[in-house]
Design a protein around this ligand. Structure first.
Ligand code: UDP
Ligand code: MG
Length: 306
């Protein structure tokens, strides 16, 4: 029985050694064989040097290094493609995904689950505004998408090789893991834990990046926004019909004094805004389709020891 640990790393020089120490300690207490796949996602610091050093010291350590920063989703994909274990687990390098949960996760796999996923029940230590938007995002996406996307779910997840292969078989370029994991199905056990703060270094996400990421998630796993433009269209047809009737009746009853250009301008601006908004939605889907059809590689590997 072999477990592959996939770790995406982007500028993690402060935490990578701490992470290795921790996972090494956990692996010593377990009877399974391990391999650690560190994916260097185009770091500009000494992350890669640390990976190479670790791989010299410990032959279970493998590394894959990208030619530039391709994003966490690409790093996960690369790690999965290289993983040879019977079970695969992915963890962040910053110890926000506590490796000490691993034995417990494994015990559930033995009970017949295909996957054990984790969710944090608190968002302690996170800026309140970030938590607020995160909650809103989960509410919205679960309403408009068929895929179950769990609030507070982390990417920390243990799964069988079969499930990993199912994930790799999804060829899309715009990868939204939280959706992909839900989409492939399989029996999943959810473990809950309190939020842990990053040991060292800084988060790679700011509010704007998170916003773009959430749009990506919605576009990738729901077509509801497209329906929205039709709904707006119908709504405004009904409204304008009512207005026409109103104006005809008023003209017949009170004649036609020239007035009302300010309201006309307001209405034009309003409808114009809605039209642009709907254009934008269509454009989002079109741009994603455009990127998919280009069929570009999801990442480029520059250096590896596998
Ligand atoms: N990460 C990555 N590529 C990126 C951004 C992040 O591989 O472009 C990795 C990062 O090194 C870390 C994990 O993804 O191991 C989670 O990132 P981070 O801790 O910054 O996110 P947060 O925990 O704040 O959501
Ligand atoms: Mg983190």
């Amino acid at each position: 029985m072999k477990i592959s640990v996939v770790v995406p790393c982007y500028n993690e020089q402060e935490s990578i050694l701490l992470f290795y120490e921790e996972i090494n300690k956990v692996s010593e207490g377990m009877e399974q064989e391990f391999e650690f796949i560190f994916v260097n996602d185009g770091s500009s610091d000494h992350t890669l040097e640390y990976m190479k050093e670790l791989s010299k010291k410990d032959e279970r350590v493998k590394y894959v290094s990208f030619s530039r920063n391709f994003g966490k989703e690409a790093a996960i994909h690369a790690g999965f493609s290289k993983a040879e274990g019977d079970y695969i687990v992915m963890m962040d390098a910053d110890l926000q995904d506590p490796p000490c949960l691993l034995p417990e996760m494994l015990s559930y796999m033995e009970q017949g689950y295909d996957s054990v996923a984790t969710r944090r029940v608190t968002r302690k230590g996170e800026p309140p505004i970030r938590s607020f938007f995160a909650r809103m995002f989960y509410k919205i996406i679960n309403k408009i998408s068929n895929v179950d996307i769990v609030d507070g779910a982390r990417d920390y997840r243990l799964m069988t090789a079969q499930m990993k292969d199912a994930i790799l078989a999804m060829p899309e370029y715009n990868r939204f893991s939280k959706g992909i994991f839900g989409w492939v199905g399989f029996r999943t056990k959810w473990l809950e834990y309190e939020n842990v703060e990053r040991v060292a270094g800084e988060t790679k996400w700011n509010l704007w990046k998170l916003f773009l990421y959430s749009i990506e998630g919605i576009i990738a796993f729901s077509t509801a926004p497209l329906v929205l433009s039709s709904v707006f269209g119908i709504l405004f047809c009904i409204l304008s019909f009512a207005l026409i009737v109103f104006i005809i009746v008023r003209t017949i009853l009170f004649g036609d004094p020239v007035a009302g250009w300010p309201s006309l301008v307001c209405i034009m601006f309003f409808i114009g805004g809605i039209q642009l908004f709907c254009h934008g939605i269509t454009g989002q889907y079109l741009s994603k389709t455009y990127l998919e059809t280009k069929n570009r590689p999801k990442y480029i590997i520059k250096d590896t020891n596998i």
